[in-house]
Design a protein around this ligand. Structure first.
Ligand code: G3I
Length: 458
């Protein structure tokens, strides 16, 4: 009889077929195994359809094979957990927590205080501040209490900042009825119930700059105040719903902006998490192969922040397959890493390759100490000399790759989508790499020894 492990292995091979990676990289490596190797969390939501068995079997197989963190798309929101006053509904949330436990996944709770998906009965109290405070406190105490010790991190407050002038969002029953102190209160109440949970403020458009006119700039001022006042906030969730406009190649927002936010938060000892990533194209346009490849590059650039910034640990995508995605409602399409038939897209390849090739600094260990990589910036023009346990090493000068420790090596070069672009056999001391300018992964094999490293050629 075939073991569970072998069955999972076969399923995984099937997952990787259809990517350009089957021949280039070991088939037993998944986003999940590589995330764990890199000491980070890579995940995707469980779509609402999963909760009532409305998804094909390979959806769950892919989900648990590829991801090590999970969040419910809608099932832990206020309207789902307290549909009528004082009557709590935990069935779907329990189902996800059980699934996460069975598969060794971290769990995010989303979301406690949010202006959206609030049941109608709450609005009955919109002019009664004391009652609304009681409603929110009671909700938090029950919901957080129910899952105490089982939910690792909560989005305590979601989307409380306005999109226009940076200020608090005014059309929120919590803001209108209570005032901005609903935010501070929600953090304090949540912490009192589950002191071990990480507590986040979560919002979108945070990748659009940290100046005082941008949402993230406004947020930073609030985080400073919360930290100074002892409000228990441990993380900022950047939803990161990004659009690739394709026509003018213009992205609103950028990974660089988000990285700046991470660095500012690090000074306050607060983490950043990417919590709802998708990179959609406008609905109705034809999405070409090169558009999908550029999309993959953008997914990789956001992943770089998670790998390289010591206070960033989570890369969570708001969906698995383009077939089940909320993006249509935003007039966007194809923003995820699996296509409509659950085949991995170039974005999947891009993430896999980056996770595979990331080399943390040699003199430190562990995500929390540092993830700074001197080869990480695209502007790097030569790799550092690197030797692994098998004593193979490589050094690049212009386009000449010098190899030591090899007697008869095979050299292969892959682009960042994992496609082979160059190879040479019987290499002894050096080889001239005939490739265009760009970022690549080099693999050297010599008998049982092998070495893999990212290079940049300019
Ligand atoms: O609950 C009803 C159900 O009774 C009815 O049968 C069904 C028919 O369409 O609708 C159900 O409600 C829908 C709900 O999802 C659950 O499926 C709502 O119409 C629909 O608007 C709602 O959309 C969700 C949206 O949040 C609401 O704001 C999306 O699925 C969900 O992906 C999206 O997630 C948000 C994050 O929570 C916060 N950040 C932005 C992100 C994307 O908008």
């Amino acid at each position: 009889m075939m073991s569970n492990h072998s069955i999972a292995g076969l399923a995984l091979c099937a997952t990787l077929l259809g990517t350009g990676l089957t021949s280039a990289f070991a088939a037993d490596e998944t986003l999940r195994s590589l995330a764990e190797k890199n000491n980070i969390y890579v995940g995707a939501i469980l779509n609402s359809q999963w909760f009532n068995g409305g998804l094909p079997g390979n959806y769950e197989q892919i989900h648990k094979t590829q991801f090590n963190i999970v969040v419910a798309e809608n099932e832990m929101k206020f309207d789902a957990t307290e549909p009528s006053e004082g009557r709590f509904s935990y069935g779907n949330g329990d189902k996800m927590v059980k699934y996460a436990k069975a598969n060794g996944m971290r769990v995010r709770g989303h979301a406690l205080a949010w202006h959206s998906q609030v049941p109608n009965w709450v609005n009955n109290y919109k002019n009664d501040k004391q009652k609304l405070l009681k409603v929110l406190k009671n909700h938090i105490e029950n919901v957080v209490g129910h899952w105490k010790g089982q939910i690792d991190e909560w989005d305590v407050v979601n989307e409380a900042i306005s999109n226009n002038e940076p200020q608090w969002r005014s059309y929120s029953v919590w803001y209108q009825g209570i005032g901005p102190e609903f935010i501070d209160s929600a953090f304090v109440w949540t912490h009192a119930v589950d002191p071990d949970a990480e507590l986040c403020y979560n919002d979108y458009n945070l990748e659009q700059g940290i100046n005082s006119k941008a949402k993230a700039g406004f947020l930073l001022e609030q985080v400073k105040r919360w930290v100074a006042n002892g409000i228990p906030i441990h993380c900022v969730g950047s939803q990161t719903h990004v659009e690739d406009t394709t026509t003018d190649k213009h992205f609103i927002g950028s990974p660089d902006s988000l990285r700046s936010l991470a660095k500012e938060l690090a000074k306050l000892n607060v983490k950043l998490k990417i919590t709802e990533l998708d990179i959609g194209f406008k609905s109705g346009i034809n999405v070409s192969k090169s558009d999908l490849e550029r999309q993959g590059q953008t997914f990789r650039q956001y992943l770089d922040i998670v790998l390289e910034e010591p206070n960033v640990d989570t890369y969570l995508i708001w969906g698995v397959s383009d077939r089940w995605s909320w993006l249509g409602g935003l007039n966007r399409q194809q923003g995820l890493i699996y296509d409509e038939s659950l085949n991995p897209k170039p974005a999947f390849d891009s993430i896999l390759v980056r996770l595979q090739t990331y080399e943390p600094p040699q003199d430190t260990a562990g995500k929390d100490s540092t993830k700074k990589d001197s080869t990480a910036n695209d502007s790097t023009d030569a790799i550092k000399t690197f030797a692994n346990m098998s004593s193979l090493s490589m050094h690049l000068s212009d386009r000449t790759l010098f190899i030591t420790g090899a007697t008869d090596a095979k050299v292969e070069v892959f682009d960042m989508q994992g496609r082979p672009v160059f190879s040479a056999k019987n290499v002894k001391g050096s080889v001239n790499l005939k490739v265009a300018d760009g970022l690549y992964v080099v693999r050297i094999r010599d008998g049982s020894k092998s070495l893999m490293q990212r290079i940049s050629i300019k």
